[in-house]
Design a protein around this ligand. Structure first.
Ligand code: ATP
Ligand code: MG
Length: 303
């Protein structure tokens, strides 16, 4: 059943990104709390219908490592569209590390491992989806659009699951959003900056940068000692300069190695998510219970 605007009750504002605003809403028919993301859309009704059709396929993506998608609708009289998805109470990794750093804390290796593992498993799941859309498998779409792996797009649920969101499935949606904003491209792998074809490995680069950012409480790019680079200089830096490193005496060599493997510049030598799951860092923590629900409780001061 479709989510309709009249079935939603606005609860609170959650945040906003370059493309739109996210609100917490209550869906009366199902009793579910949802996150509703409203974004600008193309004015052409044909394009709008196309976007909604493409989005309908996202409902089939169901994995503990991917935020569930409930439905989308157009907002009458506004050039916007709303996407309803699973609400993740723990917020994004960006929210989490900012909060942790306000409280003088740093995120330790066990949590970093669960993030790395969940993101890789989410990527394996999404790329394994043989869902057919207009005669083409969805993976074909992924291969053009890519996912957008960065701290704000990795969410934590109340019960401690770590999930990917905002993965691009609808080509038309991406086009219409892209037409209206210029987002940051710092997480893009060198081959994507250079306009080469997207591959699964590109997301692994972004995962490497994400892990550094979450562990040091600030982005790896732009470098902290060169904050005033132009976008062009920054993109040149990503392509030409040595890659950033994971630093800290509290981190194991296996952890640092995982990140440096993620940041292999040549995509042909960078492992796939499946292969990254075999890395010693993942193996090392394999039989350990890491209580992410407790971690979220501590970060947010929940009772
Ligand atoms: P950008 O637009 O550059 O991708 P972003 O990912 O932060 O940035 P949004 O995707 O619009 O932008 O999300 C804004 C914020 O809303 C997130 O940082 C997060 O705090 C919150 N948020 C988004 N989706 C959810 C969700 N499903 N559950 C809970 N909070 C969410
Ligand atoms: Mg996002």
């Amino acid at each position: 059943q479709d989510v309709r605007p009249e079935d939603l009750e606005l609860l609170e504002y959650l945040g906003e990104g370059a493309a739109g605003t996210v609100n917490k809403v209550f869906h009366r028919p199902s009793g579910l709390i949802m996150a509703k993301k409203s974004i600008p859309t193309d004015a052409d009704p044909n394009v709008q219908r196309q976007i909604l059709r493409e989005l309908a396929f996202m409902k089939k993506c169901q994995s503990p490592y991917v935020v569930s998608f409930y439905g989308a609708f157009l907002n009458d009289g506004e050039a916007t569209m709303s996407l309803c998805m699973e609400y993740c109470e723990g917020g994004s990794l960006l929210d989490v590390y900012k909060r942790a750093s306000e409280r003088g804390g740093i995120i330790g290796e066990a949590v970093l491992e669960r993030i790395a593992e969940s993101v890789c498993k989410g990527l394996v799941y999404l790329h394994s989806q043989k869902l057919i859309h207009r005669g083409k498998p969805l993976t074909w779409y992924f291969s053009f659009l890519g996912l957008d792996i960065k701290p704000s797009n990795i969410l934590i649920t109340r019960n401690g699951q770590i999930k990917l969101c905002d993965f691009g499935v609808s080509g038309e949606l991406i086009n219409s959003v892209a037409a209206t904003f210029t987002g940051t491209k710092y997480y893009m792998a060198p081959e994507r900056i250079q306009g080469k074809r997207y591959a699964v490995q590109s997301d692994i680069w972004s995962l490497g940068l994400t892990l550094i950012e979450v562990s040091q409480n600030e982005p790896a790019f732009p470098p902290p000692d060169q904050p005033d680079l132009s976008v062009f200089e920054l993109l040149t830096l990503i392509v030409q300069h040595p890659v950033p490193e994971m630093k800290g005496t509290h981190l194991s060599d296996a952890c640092k190695s995982f990140v440096s493997v993620c940041l292999t510049k040549d995509p042909a030598h960078r492992p796939t998510p499946q292969r990254m799951l075999e890395h010693p860092f993942i193996k090392m923590w394999e039989n350990c219970f890491v209580d992410i629900a407790q971690f979220a409780k501590d970060v947010w001061g929940w009772p």
